[in-house]
Write a protein that binds this ligand. Sequence first.
Ligand code: GSH
Length: 267
Amino acid sequence: MTLDDVWSSSVHSEICCLIYATQNGWKLPILFEEMGVPYDWALVDFEKNEQRSKGFLSINPNGRIPALIDRGSGVAVAESGAILEYCATRFASPLLPSPDEDLKLHLQTKQWLYWQVSGLGPAMGQAMYFQRIAKVRGRNDPFAIGRFIAEAERCLQMLDDQLTSSGGPFLLGQRCTLVDVACFPYCASAYWANVDISAMSHLLAWIEMLHQRPSFSTGLALPFSRTAFFGPPYATPEEIEAEIARNAGQFAVISKSPSELPELSAP
Ligand SMILES: N[C@@H](CCC(=O)N[C@@H](CS)C(=O)NCC(=O)O)C(=O)O
């Protein structure tokens, strides 16, 4: 399906996910697979810069995937955290425990979900950007790389500790929640961000468990599979080499040259 058809009434699912094969994009197919709710999806093609096209910007002025079209209710929503919360509520999913059922778990789910979108995601995203895009294009910035790897590692260690304190097997304990859905694509991509999680045994076991869970593995392959992000043994050295070259060409460089930057005033 193309972006032009996403509101079409001739398609059968109520839900259409506007996605590309990235950590934030994967959250949506994983969510719908886990909920068992029918959905379809449209590719927002980064190779064609479609996330900045007029059509997509009218759905999400921020020019970022994912976005969701709910044809059944006639609404669109962007921001993965808002989408996950909306869909879990709309379909009364146990992935978001209701406040009446368990207020503490409800609040924990929201707390960790908001932390994922504001903390873990941006740190991992910048670690990946500076190493896998900027550096490959000849802009090596060890200070930025070091800062974002350290911050991503701190966040991943928080999750390892959380698995210890909750007792697992899921991040908040016995029950799979939106927090597992939101965090998994980023944690599974620790290899691509070059964050060493070899000593985080609880996190490693949780990642492996979710790779084996059919809903998560199916969602992680949509709109297309990108196993290089997960490193060995999920990808061969050839697949990783090919992804390194392809990925670096992906985003238009949006940055100002030093001469365009305003001078900092003296303290
Ligand atoms: N806070 C947003 C972040 C979305 C985001 O950063 N999406 C990335 C892909 S993972 C994107 O669309 N990047 C396109 C670009 O930077 O041009 C969310 O949680 O949905």
